[in-house]
Design a binder for this molecule. Structure first.
Ligand SMILES: [Zn+2]
Length: 339
């Protein structure tokens, strides 16, 4: 009888063992609740300081909005912030306030990206004709320069996502190949989200500052959040040496998730835990792609367990330092523009 466990079964058994030994639940904990209170407080304070003290604090608002997206919105969209469904459904509305439709995010990120990581259907890879991130995309002449224009375009990513990309997907009721159905509640959330976003971040500063400063402040805010978000998400799957496997070349879906993902500044150590706190576990993307229903604070402890299982099954477990990951992403842009 073949008693060898499959990769997924080994992962599940080890994760269950970790939870049982430490008397933990996969989702929801005081850690997550305290963190949410801290981050929301910092975000509201940064907004008030920007409105009442100086418009030049706008980058701080952009930084905290990205931080809440990483730590709270992302987990809530995966239903992994809390055990309670209504808590996740409420917290994910922060995405709408920040200009990103939670309904379209769920279709694009939670369903399509996680299901098709780095393959020809991954919407994160194929969302923008200005970038060639994968061998599955056709190469155009301008991709040769993509490493050079990446930073300015990344700076506009939040702006274009919230005010153009979302509107386009909403009009088509589609994210790439996936149809998105909008219930009356989802229509309401979409339009209320856009209204709150425009009022809070575009209109409100005009009541406190001269028009030119209010416009400059808005671009400082949205440029910071766009740049920070893109630079944190991109090194997870688009670094030099990415494999771009498909179901044909790697039939095991879970091994494919690991092969196509890279951690940075990760591990069950002080650095791994601090970076995990700040980035909501996005430095542990391997653990996230394997355990999407686990709150991100488990990832540093799960990392050595996952690494050991990957070694047993001969699956490369890639982990870089933060700066190496950033450099490797730009190296990847350069390589994809030329070959
Ligand atoms: Zn995710």
């Amino acid at each position: 009888m073949n008693t060898e466990r499959t990769f997924r079964a080994d992962l599940d058994r080890a994760a269950e063992e970790y939870l049982t030994l430490n008397n933990l639940k996969p989702r929801g904990s005081p850690y997550m609740n305290i963190k949410a209170v801290i981050l929301f407080t910092l975000f509201i304070c940064s907004l008030l300081v920007t409105l009442f003290v100086s418009i030049w604090f706008e980058p701080l608002v952009g930084f905290f909005i990205a931080g809440i997206g990483f730590n709270i919105g992302h987990d809530a969209s995966h239903y992994s912030f809390s055990e309670k469904l209504w808590v996740n459904k409420t917290l994910v509305l922060f995405f709408d306030w920040s200009g990103v439709s939670s309904t379209l995010w769920e279709a694009q990120h939670v369903k399509e990206h996680h299901e098709h990581v780095n393959d020809e259907k991954d919407p994160d890879i194929h969302q923008n004709p200005f970038f060639r991130l994968s061998l599955h995309q056709p190469r155009r002449w301008w991709h040769r320069f993509q490493a050079w224009y990446a930073i300015p375009l990344y700076t506009f990513s939040h702006f274009s996502w919230s005010l153009a990309g979302d509107m386009n997907s909403y009009r088509k009721k589609k994210v790439r190949y996936r149809k998105v159905s909008f219930t009356p509640y989802k229509h309401l959330v979409f339009w209320l989200g856009k209204t709150f976003f425009i009022f809070t971040f575009i209109v409100l500063p005009f009541f406190f500052y001269p028009p030119l400063q209010a416009i400059q402040g808005f671009f400082l805010f949205i440029g910071t959040s766009g740049l920070v978000t893109t630079l944190i998400f991109q090194p997870a799957h688009a670094v030099s040496g990415s494999e771009f496997t498909t179901a044909a070349t790697e039939p095991d879906k879970w091994k494919r998730q690991v092969r196509e993902t890279t951690n940075f500044a990760s591990g069950n150590n002080v650095t791994g835990k601090v970076v995990c706190w700040i980035l909501g576990g996005l430095n542990h993307q391997i653990e996230h792609h394997l355990f999407t229903l686990y709150s991100h604070h488990h990832y540093p402890a799960l990392a050595p367990i996952v690494k050991k299982i990957c070694e047993k099954h001969n699956v490369p477990y890639k982990s870089l330092s933060f700066w190496r990951a950033i450099v490797s992403h730009f190296k990847h842009l350069n390589e994809m523009g030329k070959k």
